[in-house]
Design a protein around this ligand. Structure first.
Ligand code: RIB
Length: 301
């Protein structure tokens, strides 16, 4: 099975602050780091580090050229990255506070310049049995989901960042959803974000009723991670506790390692545990892509 990640690539500008800035506040940062990011590129890097055959298709300007070798070093085939002079690379302004929590503002740049013909030619290189991994940081997601399903690809969708347009997408074509508790509540149409086991399970079940064929993976931060399989069994794994330095990219790491574990034939329980270990290691380090552990660190234990 080959993975195609069709998604965003960003230049992450990470400001280390004591606390996340409030409305009207001007805050001095302690440090600025410039890292490679973007949910699409990050998820491809996690798949690559986990040893999967993965291709990343993204759009960037020449200002993002330095990110390509980082992807390649993570084991990602970046030959489908489109770089043009007329666009700039997506940017993320990230505040990371003293307890590792983050707050992210995006400027889409090239991420929102995908044409239908770009998507046709990218997806045209993949066939039945391959998987496409999509997030919500690019344009034309609806077209990409439909085209990929039409071609027989397994459709994986992480509806992040969540917005009102998500409900207009052909989500009945999605085979696997990755959501956090906020995205999960929104997808389920619930007004309250759950905060306990009962709430997480009810969100999972509500999404499961809405999309009866799909597998749903829900990450709930410190409260662990859940999976609802296509027979509607629920699986759970607690977090693997590491000191929290920076949570940026933890969800992307989880997604990549969960998919890799499933592709390697692990069952849902074990896949959740492996992905939890990988994202636990990622939060103990700085950055997004840079923080992701290698396959040896994750599978070797
Ligand atoms: O999921 C983390 C990512 O979200 C960051 O790398 C940032 O670029 C945003 O896309």
């Amino acid at each position: 099975m080959r993975f195609l990640v069709l998604g965003s690539v960003n230049i992450d500008m990470t400001f280390r602050v004591d606390h996340i800035a409030c409305a009207g506040e001007t805050l001095s940062s302690k440090e600025l780091e410039i890292n490679a990011g973007g949910k699409g590129a990050n998820q491809s890097a996690a798949l690559g580090k986990a040893g999967m055959e993965v291709c990343f298709a993204g759009k960037m300007g020449s200002d993002g050229g330095w990110i390509v070798p980082i992807l390649s070093a993570a084991g990602v085939d970046a030959s489908l990255v489109i770089s043009s002079d007329g666009i700039h690379t997506g940017q993320a302004i990230i505040q990371v506070d003293s307890i590792g929590q983050n707050c992210i503002i995006l400027n889409a740049g090239g991420n929102k310049t995908f044409t239908e013909s770009d998507i046709d030619s990218i997806i045209g290189g993949f066939s039945q049995g391959d998987a496409i991994v999509l997030q919500n940081e690019i344009n034309n997601v609806s077209y990409a989901i439909s085209k990929a399903a039409e071609r027989g690809l397994i459709v994986v969708f992480n509806p992040s960042p969540f917005d009102s347009a998500i409900d207009t997408l052909p989500l009945d074509l999605v085979d696997i959803f990755f959501v956090n508790e906020i995205e999960g509540a929104a997808l389920a149409g619930c007004f309250h974000v759950p905060a306990d086991d009962k709430g997480f399970r009810s969100i999972l079940e509500a999404i499961g009723r809405k999309y009866p064929k799909a597998v749903i993976v829900l990450t709930a931060g410190k409260n662990g991670a859940y999976c609802l399989d296509s027979e509607r069994n629920v699986f759970f794994a607690p977090i693997v506790d590491y000191p929290v330095v920076d949570t940026t990219g933890a969800g992307d790491t989880f997604c990549g390692y969960f998919l890799a574990s499933r592709a390697l034939g692990k069952d849902y329980s074990e896949s959740l545990m492996i992905a939890s270990r990988a994202s636990g290691i990622a939060v103990s380090r700085r950055g997004a892509m840079e923080s992701m552990p290698s396959a040896d660190e994750v599978f070797g234990e």
